[in-house]
Design a protein around this ligand. Structure first.
Ligand code: 2AL
Length: 174
């Protein structure tokens, strides 16, 4: 689908197609529909980012809390969203060694206990070693730093999800 086709979508279809570009936050997609027409995929991406940026800190934390743990219970029980499953399996979250799996579970819990929201990272831009390393390192940060960092990762995830749905003339530039 190209951007002209995106702009022609009625509200319901727009939300059906793009409702999960930010994990389990279709309200964001619903909000940006009224900003169309978008001149490009980049403009649609920017509208989503702007909406996220206008949220109060509690709203940003809410977005982070909509994200499933990496290599968590949802992956094991098959209850991840389609997009999340693709990302997590692509980063090898389903093939962790027993040692790495228990380290990941331990660190995810430590992170959530410290910050009260889950660790979020763009799995498609990282491999399992990198994810584990960053999870360990980011546990040391201040809460406000992690809130900002987590939202940056949400935006990267969103951009890649958008990119897989919309054709662009300049795929490497967006
Ligand atoms: C995820 C996810 O489900 N996909 C991704 O890229 N990151 N979750 C997370 N907690 O970072």
């Amino acid at each position: 689908m190209d951007i002209t086709a995106v702009n022609a979508l009625p509200y319901e279809e727009f939300v059906n197609i793009f409702g999960n570009v930010v994990e389990k936050c279709p309200i964001i997609t619903a909000a940006v529909w009224s900003r169309r027409p978008f001149v490009s995929l980049n403009a649609l991406d920017a509208a989503i980012n702007e909406f996220i940026d206008t949220l109060p800190e509690s709203g940003k934390e809410g977005i982070l809390r909509c994200h499933p743990d990496l290599a968590g219970r949802d992956l094991q029980s098959g209850t991840l969203t389609w997009e999340s499953r693709e990302e997590q399996t692509g980063a090898g979250m389903d093939t962790l060694s027993p040692e790495d799996a228990s380290r990941m579970a331990r660190k995810n819990e430590e992170y959530k206990k410290r910050f009260d929201f889950p660790f979020v990272i763009c799995a498609r831009m990282n491999d399992k070693a990198n994810i584990l390393r960053q999870l360990t390192e980011r546990c040391q940060n201040q809460r406000a730093v992690e809130r900002t960092r987590g939202i940056e990762e949400v935006k990267k995830i969103c951009r890649l999800r958008l990119q897989s749905l919309v054709l662009t003339d300049a795929p490497n530039k967006l």
